[in-house]
Design a protein around this ligand. Structure first.
Ligand code: NI
Length: 382
């Protein structure tokens, strides 16, 4: 990538970093992306599935098509980096590097525009609301694949802890599917000193948190993967009252539908059982969030070829992660692959969702080249 383009991309990335917007509120971000597409002269459609944008690059006689996707939303985290381009939107931060993903895709567009050696259609998908707010599903529901045909789709996430600019690709499972779990215990409130006249949801909740861990360890084949974490406990109004309602909120992650179903069933069974033990009732809500990201091996090979051609270091030996990505929804409709691109060191607060995280601008050329090169490869595939 030419130095001038890299510097332009850095400027855009830092602008987006300084002006982060939460999921479902990416309106200024979308306007910024649309303005850059305008500058580049790339036709685009706004308002796809919310703040989503799809830009279309077409060249030559080929009728082949491919999609490249980036996410645009930020997180409800207060930034602590102290950088000159730190968030100016209090309590909101690009702590997952979606600012970098968005600009990488603009960079890939610039590379493809300047490259005469391809033929076909590349759909550039700028997605809102990736952080658990259904952005991929909203764009799919708004006719993404029908209005903007693409035979395959690719995307990437920056990966702290992986050497800067190194491309990692998995031949199959890459990131887990996730579901939100909410369990509300309904008991009977009363005086803290007269527990026999109450149904104590706090004590039951304690047992339930512990018992839920047995779902993975005792109900799931040890050679399969699953995780259940309770991240929030809500309940109680006074230290000397036994409260009647406690809500536990958490998440579970799995790769396979049969394991997911077993985890769902296990959570319901254990919640009902614990509630019955303590003479109360449990209300269980399990909301599917994201499907697993499972790469198509042929598409993974295209990524590997493109990375090699671009002279990037390639890793094919990384284990999958139990973290989730809503890119999996696209892969449930079209073959494709999701790559990780190293963001450099991941320690000392440089990990994803950390208030001290920042996207590494040095990897923009690698990311843009990997995306553009993969699109070109995919357009050549049968
Ligand atoms: Ni992310």
């Amino acid at each position: 990538m030419k130095q001038a383009l890299h510097e332009r991309l850095i400027g855009w990335r830092r602008h987006l970093h300084a002006h982060p917007e939460l999921s479902l509120h990416e309106h200024a971000t979308a306007r910024f992306v649309a303005a850059r597409l305008e500058e580049l002269g790339i036709p685009h459609v706004t308002g796809v599935g919310g703040a989503g944008i799809v830009a279309t690059l077409a060249r030559g006689p080929s009728n082949r098509s491919v999609g490249l996707r980036a996410d645009m939303d930020a997180l409800p985290i207060t930034e602590t980096t102290g950088l000159a381009h730190a968030s100016r939107n209090p309590g909101v931060m690009h702590a997952c590097g979606h600012d970098g993903h968005t600009v990488s895709l603009l960079g890939a567009a610039a590379l493809l525009l300047a490259d005469p050696n391809w033929s076909g259609t590349v759909q550039l998908v700028f997605q809102p609301a990736e952080e658990g707010y259904g952005g991929a599903l909203s764009m799919l529901a708004d006719g993404l694949l029908e209005r903007f045909p693409m035979e395959r789709i690719f995307g990437y996430h920056n990966w702290p802890g992986l050497a800067a600019g190194t491309v990692a690709i998995h031949d199959g499972p890459c990131m887990a599917g996730g579901a939100r779990v909410s369990i509300t215990l309904h008991g009977l409130a009363g005086h803290a000193a007269m527990p026999h006249l109450t149904r104590d949801t706090m004590v039951a909740a304690g047992h339930l948190i512990v018992a839920l861990q047995s779902v993975v360890s005792r109900n799931i084949d040890p050679l399969e993967t699953a995780v259940i974490s309770i991240g929030m406990v809500e309940g109680g109004v006074a230290a000397n009252q036994i409260c009647d309602v406690v809500t536990l909120r958490g998440t579970h992650r799995t790769f396979k539908p049969e394991v997911r179903d077993a985890v769902d069933a296990g959570i319901r069974r254990v919640a009902d059982g614990i509630a019955a033990t303590f003479g109360m009732t449990a209300e269980v809500e399990i909301t599917p969030g994201m499907g697993p990201v499972v790469n198509d091996p042929a598409c993974a090979a295209m990524v590997a070829d493109a990375a090699g051609e671009a002279g990037l270091t390639l890793r094919r030996d990384l284990p999958p992660t139990m973290a989730s990505e809503d890119f999996g929804w696209y892969l449930s409709r079209r073959p494709g692959a999701f790559m990780w691109i190293g963001n450099g060191a991941g320690d000392g607060g440089r990990g994803l969702h950390n208030p001290n995280y920042d996207f590494n601008d040095a990897i923009l050329p690698a990311a843009a080249a990997a995306l553009a090169g993969t699109a070109k490869r995919a357009l050549l595939a049968a």
